[in-house]
Design a protein around this ligand. Structure first.
Ligand code: ADP
Ligand code: MG
Ligand code: ZN
Length: 603
């Protein structure tokens, strides 16, 4: 079979994605390769298809047991013989896998890098024909990456001990130069084909929100995403527990994940999330490595992360299957204080000299500022991220919250003067909500009781919407005309920078949102939710029966395609995206009756 036939026959896809074809051609022609593609870009088939096209067994090196298991289960589901050898197998199971490998029973074997040091494994590799070696998550070889795994350094050693050097290919989503150099050198790639596909993830909608109350906003988001998988990232363990309790109290069952939990609970919660036994997981950034769940429909950052590298990686766990998904960041200036605290109190590297430490700190602050810049950007968020990673786009995406808002350059001198003088007149003792109440002329008991209704600034902005006053205050904080203190009850204070404004020596103009319109530009074909849910139910049933995660049976993309094409015979079923021969054989009979019933009910 050629690569196109394999793509349809085994994987059920009709066309290759950006970069895939060239990579497959190069590897099949015997070239080493270094492939940088974003999360969800479809790296796996870039080595799986060459493996299927050549004689012998491909060795895939993968950092995590959970990843290997997932990949092997998916391959088996597609009718491809593959296995993993790792410490979760008993020694009898290991021997059996090795025996099967000797007999050429597999096309691919997945191993962790530690396995490469086991003499029996090296012996095995020297007695079979190895078609290729693929190093997945190759950034793990670099100390500059975020998931350094010392055992990845042994890979080159292993390769040098092989009687015949096979083609080596490396895959990662990390594109920084330092990491790239390390991969090339430390894996000993020989004159490799190199490719970096675009980093844009078109199916992701990016939004930054700045709610007065994050919990309320979060409820709105999860209720909008009912029955969909979502990850909610928080900056601290304490927040993880608080937010999860809050969701549970409000009828949205959620699990938690952070490094303070014992590994048993952590694994159980992760498994329950992966297997769709629970839709929501609230987590610190400890969660995610090893999560290839393709149908995460939304990722919320309850707190701003420390830099855009982390943000894009975490948010990028949404929509790996290419379906529309949301990445929403709930920003508040207090998040900046949290991150500053982390930078100031970073004692991870106690072997560093003071000088090195200062350098790292400076870099961390630089990155933090860029992150804050994202949160406060009034221009295309997607472009902001891509620019940060060195990709320059000039067109706005129309699929992010900044693009969907309409901004206008507005003279805010007078309104700013009103706000600033209200803060001064009330003696810089109150937080934003009180200041807004005073300016708006609120009749609240707390305002009256404190005598704030007698202030000269009381009610001077009664014709302005509270949300607009709030937005302007936020902007004044961002641009440091106002300082907001830290702590539980942050207080607003006027800074030096404000005096020229107050004295009328300087005008102030800002880009302000004139209307907020959060409907998305990129619309998906309308499908019938009721049918989709029925198919999903069937998928869950079959998954439980086979003890595999539901997405191993079919991705959301496949179910959606069924809803759109409504196949009622085996031939049409094969035309569904993600349906190869094996899945047609196995599952057509499971899903077609549901579709038929649906069609009948409509006619
Ligand atoms: P990566 O390892 O780059 O993060 P994966 O290899 O896990 O990405 O693929 C992500 C998703 O994309 C999977 O659900 C996979 O089935 C799907 N996919 C990969 N290639 C294609 C393709 N050519 N057409 C449609 N879907 C694809
Ligand atoms: Mg991958
Ligand atoms: Zn945009």
């Amino acid at each position: 079979m050629n690569k196109f036939e394999i793509l349809k026959h085994y994987f059920g896809h009709d066309t290759f994605r950006d970069g895939q074809e060239n990579i497959i051609d190069n590897i099949s022609n015997g070239n080493d390769a270094l492939c940088i593609m974003p999360t969800g870009g479809g790296k796996s088939i870039c080595y799986q298809i060459p493996a299927l096209m050549s004689d012998g067994i491909a060795i895939v090196i993968s950092p995590l047991i959970s990843l290997m298991k997932d990949q092997v289960t998916s391959l088996n589901q597609n009718g491809i013989r593959a296995a993993y050898i790792n410490s979760t197998l008993t020694s009898a199971q290991q021997s059996r896998a090795i025996y099967n490998a000797m007999r050429g029973e597999y096309k691919l074997i997945y191993v962790a890098p530690e396995r490469l040091e086991v003499p029996a494994f090296l012996n095995l590799c020297n007695s079979i024909k190895i078609s290729l070696i693929a190093v997945d998550e190759a950034h793990c070889v670099s100390q500059w990456g975020h998931d350094f795994r010392p055992s990845y350094l042994k890979i080159a050693d292993f390769i040098s001990k092989l009687d015949n050097r096979p083609v080596i290919s490396a895959f990662t989503a990390t594109a920084t130069d330092a990491v790239k150099r390390d991969i090339l050198n430390l894996l000993g790639l020989k004159n490799p084909y190199q490719i970096t596909t675009g980093f844009d993830r078109k199916n992701l909608f990016f939004a930054v929100k700045r709610p007065q109350r994050k919990q309320k906003e979060l409820l709105a988001i999860v209720s909008e995403h009912k029955n969909q998988s979502g990850i909610i990232y928080c900056a601290t363990r304490k927040n993880v527990e608080k937010v999860s309790d809050f969701l549970n109290d409000n009828g949205y069952r959620s699990l938690i994940y952070h490094a303070g939990l014992n590994s048993e609970i952590r694994n159980r919660n992760q498994e329950d999330f992966i297997n769709d036994r629970c839709n929501l997981i609230v987590a610190t950034n400890a969660f995610g490595m090893g999560i290839d769940k393709p149908d995460v429909r939304f990722v919320v950052h309850y707190n701003m992360p420390k830099n855009l590298e982390n943000y894009y990686q975490e948010a990028g766990r949404a929509g790996r299957d290419g379906e529309n998904s949301d990445c929403i960041l709930l920003y508040s200036p207090a998040d900046v204080h949290t991150q500053r605290f982390f930078i100031e109190n970073n004692d991870e590297n106690d072997e560093l000299t003071d000088e090195q430490r200062e350098k790292i700190k400076k870099n961390d602050y630089y990155k933090l500022n860029k992150m804050v810049g994202y949160c406060t950007s009034t221009t295309c968020l997607r472009n902001y991220i891509l620019n940060y990673f060195g990709e320059y786009h000039t067109n706005d995406c129309n699929n992010c919250s900044a693009c969907l808002k309409e901004y206008k350059l507005t003279d805010v001198t007078v309104d700013s003067q009103k706000i600033l003088s209200c803060i001064i007149k009330t003696r810089q003792r109150y937080g934003a909500s009180t200041i807004i109440d005073v300016l708006a002329g609120s009749k609240k008991e707390s305002i009256i009781n404190a005598g704030l209704d007698e202030q000269s600034t009381y009610g001077i902005m009664s014709k302005t919407k509270k949300a607009a006053i709030s937005e302007l205050i936020t902007k004044l904080i961002d641009e440091e005309y106002i300082h907001q203190t830290e702590g539980k009850y942050p207080i607003l204070e006027v800074t030096q920078k404000s005096y020229p404004i107050l004295k009328g020596q300087k005008n102030l103009t800002m880009r302000l949102a004139v209307k907020e319109d959060l409907h998305r530009e990129i619309q998906q074909a309308e499908i019938d939710r009721s049918l989709f849910d029925k198919l999903k139910e069937r998928r869950k049933y079959l998954a439980d029966k086979a003890s595999v995660p539901p997405y191993v049976i079919f991705s959301d993309a496949s179910l959606r395609d069924m809803c759109a094409k409504l196949p009622t015979n085996e031939n049409d079923f094969l035309r569904i995206s993600g349906v190869g021969i094996k899945k047609q054989e196995k599952y057509a009979k499971e899903f077609i009756p549901i579709i038929k019933e649906y069609k009948n009910s409509k006619s």
